[in-house]
Design a protein around this ligand. Structure first.
Ligand code: EPZ
Length: 432
């Protein structure tokens, strides 16, 4: 398993090209199941979760290829992201196996499209992961409301709707991103109208809705808590560019903050990260619009303490919680971080403590007493965002940090070592 070796203490400056959002690209790829035509997706990040979804779709019979390799016009020279051409004409499989789903929970997003397109889906229960049990009860309940018969047996969700799905009024008790996406895709081919209230409003959900509309779906209320979908009989192909990754943008803003530097985040969209910008402003890191993105600059001599709690969008994102915590371990004062979305998203705390951070946990709240310095140490990555928080801490720590199990990082950060080294970081990948 590869490791990352970081020598901390550099002030980073320069520019970083922000990649397409993994959490938008994954449902967009699943949407290709809804049509027998070709869906072209541009600005897809080259990360392992995308490879895993491509493998799953290919197993279901889709032709997933590099659009550029097929002679299509694609990205700007030297841009590592990929253009995918996904053709749904060969769809025949209906099973997403445990082997694939256990590795990537987002595989559950094929359930709604398969059910809508073929009238049947057999998807393994995802099982828990490092950050919590991650149930899919809201997905199942919503599909039942759309007329599906669903059996849960031997760890699989067997869903069938031989006569097709019917529109329904669905109220989500939790503004679940995945459930909103699964149900929106299923409803787009249902008979009649569907309303999803308390829908998730994340930009990645809006990106999926916009692409579905380009494919011929009839969806209104995009970006709001109330989605209205009028089912159509079939969907066509489209050519769609994935939205830039607001979590990657926030992560690199904290790279600037924790190293005392300034970074231009090319392609970032400040309007998608306003709550993060407000919180970082209180910490002493200023985010401002520049012609082709967002500038992140540490503007205060000290890192200031802050109190944050994670919420559904537009609140402070749970996917930024670990990164912010790394930053405030060096604050002049005590910060409070409350995790309200997942049950166990403090796996980074013990590893940060190994680097000298002073953090205590009570229930879903972490109290972070700022220290004057962190010390490099060997640490263990446990999940995607925890691993990047250790990298952030390593950039600021005195001495050497080695992060083990870097495959967690590779799930969601495209060419992160190259991007950091280009801004002055001393980071190398130790291939094992
Ligand atoms: C998406 O996960 C993201 N993943 C997560 O990003 C992100 O943390 C999460 O949304 C919240 O923003 C992708 O988009 C691929 P949820 P998802 O359904 O859809 C509970 C990352 O680091 N819930 O919004 O699985 C659930 O347990 C990843 O990039 C149910 O109870 O999240 C959680 O407490 C991590 N029943 C809350 O809702 C359900 O049926 C929010 O989960 C579904 C969810």
């Amino acid at each position: 398993m590869d490791r990352l070796r970081i020598i901390g203490g550099q002030t980073l400056s320069g520019s970083v090209r922000i990649s397409g959002a993994k959490n938008a690209a994954l449902p967009l790829m699943a949407a290709s199941l809804l049509t027998d035509q070709t869906l072209i997706l541009r600005n897809v990040p080259k990360v392992s979760d995308i490879e895993a979804m491509a493998k799953l779709l290919a197993e279901l019979g889709l032709d997933v290829s590099d659009h550029e390799a097929n002679g299509g016009s694609c990205n700007i020279k030297g841009d590592p992201s990929i253009c995918l051409a996904l053709s749904g004409s060969g769809l025949e499989g209906v099973t997403a196996s445990y082997e694939l789903v256990r590795k990537m929970r987002a595989s559950v997003l094929v359930m709604g499209p398969l059910l809508a397109r073929l009238g049947y889906a057999c998807v393994s229960m995802p099982g828990g992961c490092a950050i919590g049990p991650r149930p899919v009860d809201l997905h199942v309940a919503g599909l039942r409301q759309l007329g599906a018969t669903i059996l849960l047996k031997e760890g699989y969700i067997e869903a069938s709707a031989p006569k097709g799905l019917r529109g329904a009024v669905i109220r989500l008790p939790v503004a679940s991103v995945g459930a909103t996406e699964n149900l929106m895709m299923a409803a787009s081919l249902a008979e009649g109208d569907t309303i999803i209230s308390n829908a998730a409003r994340e930009p990645e959900v809006a990106d999926l809705a916009k692409c579905l509309v380009k494919m011929g779906a009839r969806i209104s209320g995009v970006g709001t808590q109330r989605l209205e979908i009028s089912g159509v009989s079939s969907l066509g192909g489209a050519d769609y560019t994935v939205v830039s990754d607001r979590i990657e943008s926030g992560t690199y803003a904290i790279v600037a903050g924790i190293t005392g530097g300034t970074l231009d985040l090319l392609g970032a969209r400040l309007e998608h990260m306003q709550t993060v910008a407000d919180s970082l402003a209180r910490v002493g890191v200023e985010l401002s619009n520049i012609p082709d993105g967002v500038r992140a600059a540490r503007v205060s001599r000290e890192i200031c303490p802050v109190t944050i709690e994670t919420e559904p969008y537009p609140g402070f994102p749970t996917d930024m919680q670990a990164q912010l915590m790394a930053l405030v371990t060096l604050a002049k004062g005590v910060s409070t971080v409350r995790e309200r979305i997942f049950e166990n998203r403090f796996m980074h705390v013990n590893e940060l403590a190994r680097m000298g951070a002073n953090i205590s946990i009570k229930g879903n709240t972490a109290m972070v007493v700022g220290v004057s310095a962190l010390n490099g140490a060997p640490v263990m990555a446990t999940d995607l965002r925890a691993s990047v928080s250790l990298l952030l801490a390593g950039l600021a720590a005195q001495g050497e940090t080695v992060i083990n199990r870097v495959y967690h990082l590779d799930r969601g950060y495209e060419t992160i070592v190259e991007k950091l080294v280009a801004c002055g970081a001393i980071v190398e990948r130790l291939r094992e």
